[in-house]
Design a protein around this ligand. Structure first.
Ligand SMILES: [Cu+2]
Length: 172
């Protein structure tokens, strides 16, 4: 192997080794799940927020029904944050998150998100957290949430009173 081949091989290996941290995605049926990630949590925090982009490339609507991640939480919920009269409100989406055919649905800070309740350990930046997404039509897919930096302020679940949470049905 000449020196150039060695460099190329090393570069390929390095790229492979770091790839999951910035570009990971999962597929199930017609759904593409791009960069599932969670925010790092501070010590003692009880909850963590999770985000991802889901592209429904099919011709029929689907729905993210639930998420499970027994390594970190026994109660993973789907939430929506909305502004109502200048007040940030969070509600649980009992019917899950609709994924219209041909559309890209974003779970992001300040909007739709996954919430890991009563987390079993701190989420540390750089780690991966195993979870399973359950879709109404596409079925189940195992994913890994990469742990990114801690919240920058848009969504501090820790400061939210649980009393502010209202159960509700997802509106389509
Ligand atoms: Cu939440």
């Amino acid at each position: 192997m000449n020196i150039f081949a060695k460099i190329a091989a090393a570069a390929a290996l390095a790229a492979f080794a770091v790839a999951p941290s910035f570009a990971h995605e999962f597929k199930v049926g017609d759904l593409e799940i791009i960069h599932p990630n969670v925010r790092a949590t501070v010590p003692g925090a009880k909850v963590g927020g999770g985000f991802m982009t889901i592209s429904n490339n099919g011709t029929s609507d689907d729905r993210l029904v639930s998420v499970t991640a027994p390594d970190v939480s026994d109660d993973v919920q789907l939430h929506e944050m909305t502004m109502e009269n200048d007040v940030m409100k969070m509600r649980q989406l009992a019917d899950g998150i609709p994924l219209p055919a041909g559309e890209v649905t974003e779970l992001k800070p300040g909007g739709l998100h996954v919430m890991f309740m009563n987390i079993k350990h701190q989420f540390k930046e750089g780690e991966m957290i195993k979870g399973t997404l359950h879709f109404e039509k596409a079925g189940d897919v195992d994913v890994e949430f990469s742990v990114g930096p801690a919240a920058g302020g848009e969504m501090k679940h820790d400061n939210m009173k649980m009393g502010d949470m209202k159960g509700g049905k997802a509106s389509n």
